[in-house]
Design a protein around this ligand. Structure first.
Ligand code: SIN
Length: 493
C-alpha cells in the first residue's frame, strides 16, 4: 500500500488491514513473490497486496488437505462442534475488524458489513450445532432378510470457490458445514476481496482448526487453478458460488472426476405485487429485496411485476423511498448505498439502463453515472419497462429496479417463470391462499411472501433450473459434504 493510499483510509481501516496475513495458507502460512493488488471500490485505490498463488500452489494446498483429512475425520463430532463454537465466538469478537475489511475491499456500508459478519457467524454456530446430529437410519428390508444401518461420513477434501459480494458469509457458509462433516478444504476466495477471507482463516487457526484442515489460496489465475485442482483425483468435492457460465464450466470439469458438486449460481428473481397487496408492506419488502448489498446479490429482486390496480401507488411510494438513498463511501455513516465492485460493473449496469430507456422505460430515480472517484451507481427506478429489455433477462447485480405493470396474475406468473434461472422469487399479497398458490407456481428454490429478506443460516438456500445444484444452510447444507453408506447384515429377528 502506498503512503498516499494509506492516508486515504481511516486509522481503524489501516489497523484492520495490518492484522491480515497476506500470504498463502498451505499447511501453515507462507509468503510468495507474486502479489495481487486489492482495491477499495469506493476510491479506486489499491489498499493492499496479497499473495498471487498459482495452480501449483493449489496442488500443494490439496496435498496439505489430503494429509490432514484422515486425522480430522477421526475427531469426534463433539470435538469439531467445539472448534466451530470457538470460531463463532472469535468471529463475533472480531465483528468490527471484519466489517471494516469487508467495507474497505468490497464497499458495502459499514452497518451492512456488520450485518454480514453476524450472518456469516450464524452459519458457523448453526453447523457447530448440526455437527453432532449427522445421524443415519436403520431399517429391515421388506423381505425380512436383512437389517440395514446407514451412515454419513465426510466426502473428503473439498475445493471451495467463493465470490466477492459477501466475502465472509459465502466463505463461512461453505467452510463451516465442510468442517462439521469432517472434511478438509482448499478455499479460493475471490481475488477482488481476499482480505476478509485471509483474516477469517487466521481466526480459524486461533479457534483450534488444525493446520492443513483449512488451506487458503488467493489467485488471479482462477481458471487454471481450479482446472488443475479439480483434475486431481484426490479431490472429492467442489462447491462454487458465482455465475452460471463459470458454474457450467466447473461442472464440465467436475464430470471428469465424477466430483460431488454444489453450485450456487446466477439468479433473475421476479418480485410480484398482486392486486390485493398491502402497498406499504410491498414497498418496504421490495426496497430490501432490491437494495440489500446494493443489489449485488444473486437473490436480489431483478424484475418487479406490479398489478395495474396498485401500480401507481406502489411506484410513487417506492420511487420516493429509493430517491432518498444516499450513495457514498461505506465508511461514512450517512451512506445507505456503497459503490459497485469495479468499473466493469458500473459499465454493465449503465448499459442495461441505457438499453431499457431506449426501449421506452421512464427513469423515476437515479439513472446517471456520477463522476468518480470510485465505482458508484445511484439507486435507480425504471417504470414502464418494455418486454425484451435486456435487464429483464440478465442479472443486473446493481441497484436498479425495473418495473413492469400487469393486469392478469397468470400472465405475471408466466413472465416470472420465463427465464432459465430459478433462485429466489418474492410475492406480495394479503390473501393467504393466493400466496400459497402463486408461491407453488413460481419456478424458484426460495420464495419470500410479504418479505424481502429471506436468507438465514437455518434455511436451505439454493435454486432450481440453471440457478444451481444443492443447498447451503439448514439441516440440508451439511449433507452435501457427506457420502451415504449402508451396512447390511442378515436379519436375526
Ligand atoms: C449471494 O448473493 O450469493 C448470496 C446471498 C445471500 O446469502 O443472501
Amino acid at each position: 500500500m502506498t503512503a498516499t493510499n494509506r492516508m486515504a483510509l481511516g486509522a481503524e481501516q489501516s489497523d484492520a488491514l495490518a492484522n491480515v496475513q497476506t500470504g498463502l495458507l498451505i499447511g501453515g502460512w507462507r509468503t510468495v513473490l507474486e502479489k495481487l493488488p486489492v482495491e477499495n471500490p469506493a476510491t479506486g485505490k489499491v489498499i493492499a497486496e496479497v499473495a498471487d498463488g498459482t495452480a501449483d500452489d493449489g496442488v500443494e494446498a490439496l496435498d496439505a488437505a489430503v494429509r490432514a483429512q484422515r486425522g480430522w475425520a477421526a475427531t469426534t463430532a463433539r470435538y469439531r462442534a467445539d472448534v466451530l463454537h470457538h470460531l463463532y465466538a472469535a468471529v463475533i469478537e472480531s465483528r468490527e475488524e471484519l466489517a471494516l475489511l469487508i467495507t474497505t475491499e468490497m464497499g458495502k456500508p459499514l452497518a451492512e458489513a456488520r450485518g454480514e459478519v453476524d450472518y456469516a457467524a450464524d452459519y458457523v454456530r448453526w453447523y457447530a450445532e448440526e455437527a453432532v446430529r449427522l445421524d443415519g437410519r436403520s431399517l429391515t428390508t421388506p423381505n425380512g432378510r436383512s437389517e440395514v444401518v446407514t451412515y454419513r461420513g465426510p466426502v473428503g477434501p473439498c475445493l471451495l470457490i467463493t465470490p466477492w459480494n459477501f466475502p465472509l458469509a459465502m466463505g463461512l457458509r461453505k467452510v463451516a458445514p465442510a468442517l462439521a462433516a469432517g472434511c478438509t478444504v482448499v478455499w479460493k476466495p475471490a481475488d477482488l476481496t481476499p482480505l476478509t477471507a485471509l483474516r477469517a482463516a487466521s481466526l480459524m487457526l486461533e479457534a483450534g482448526v488444525p493446520e492443513g484442515v483449512v488451506n487458503v489460496v488467493t489467485t488471479t489465475d482462477a481458471a487454471s487453478f481450479s482446472a488443475t485442482v479439480m483434475a486431481d483425483p484426490r479431490l472429492r468435492k467442489v462447491s462454487f458460488t458465482g455465475s452460471t457460465p463459470v458454474g457450467r464450466r466447473l461442472l464440465a470439469q467436475a464430470s471428469e472426476g465424477v466430483l460431488k458438486s454444489s453450485m450456487e449460481l446466477g439468479g433473475n428473481a421476479p418480485l410480484l405485487v398482486l392486486e390485493d397487496a398491502d402497498v406499504d408492506r410491498a414497498v418496504e419488502g421490495a426496497f430490501v429485496a432490491k437494495l440489500r448489498n446494493g443489489g449485488q446479490s444473486c437473490v436480489a429482486a431483478n424484475r418487479m411485476y406490479v398489478h395495474e390496480k396498485v401500480a401507481d401507488a406502489f411506484v410513487e411510494a417506492f420511487a420516493a423511498r429509493v430517491a432518498r438513498v444516499a450513495f457514498g463511501n461505506g465508511m461514512d455513516a450517512a451512506t445507505d448505498l456503497g459503490p459497485l465492485i469495479d468499473g466493469r460493473a458500473v459499465d454493465k449496469v449503465a448499459g442495461l439502463v441505457t438499453d431499457a430507456v431506449a426501449r421506452g422505460a421512464k427513469v423515476l430515480a437515479g439513472g446517471v453515472v456520477p463522476d468518480g472517484p470510485g465505482y458508484f451507481y445511484p439507486a435507480t427506478v425504471l417504470d414502464h419497462v418494455a418486454p425484451g429489455s435486456r435487464l429483464l433477462g440478465e442479472e443486473i447485480f446493481g441497484p436498479v429496479a425495473p418495473i413492469v405493470r400487469f393486469q392478469d396474475e397468470g400472465e405475471a406468473i408466466l413472465h416470472a417463470n420465463a427465464t432459465p434461472f430459478g433462485l429466489a422469487a418474492y410475492l406480495f399479497t394479503e390473501n393467504g391462499d393466493r400466496a400459497r398458490r402463486v408461491a407453488a407456481a413460481l419456478d424458484a428454490g426460495m420464495v419470500g411472501v410479504n418479505q424481502g429478506a429471506i436468507s438465514d443460516a437455518s434455511v436451505p438456500f439454493g435454486g432450481v433450473k440453471q440457478s444451481g445444484l444443492g443447498r447451503e444452510g439448514g439441516a440440508e447444507g451439511i449433507e452435501d459434504y457427506t457420502e451415504l453408506k449402508f451396512v447390511s447384515t442378515p436379519s436375526v429377528r
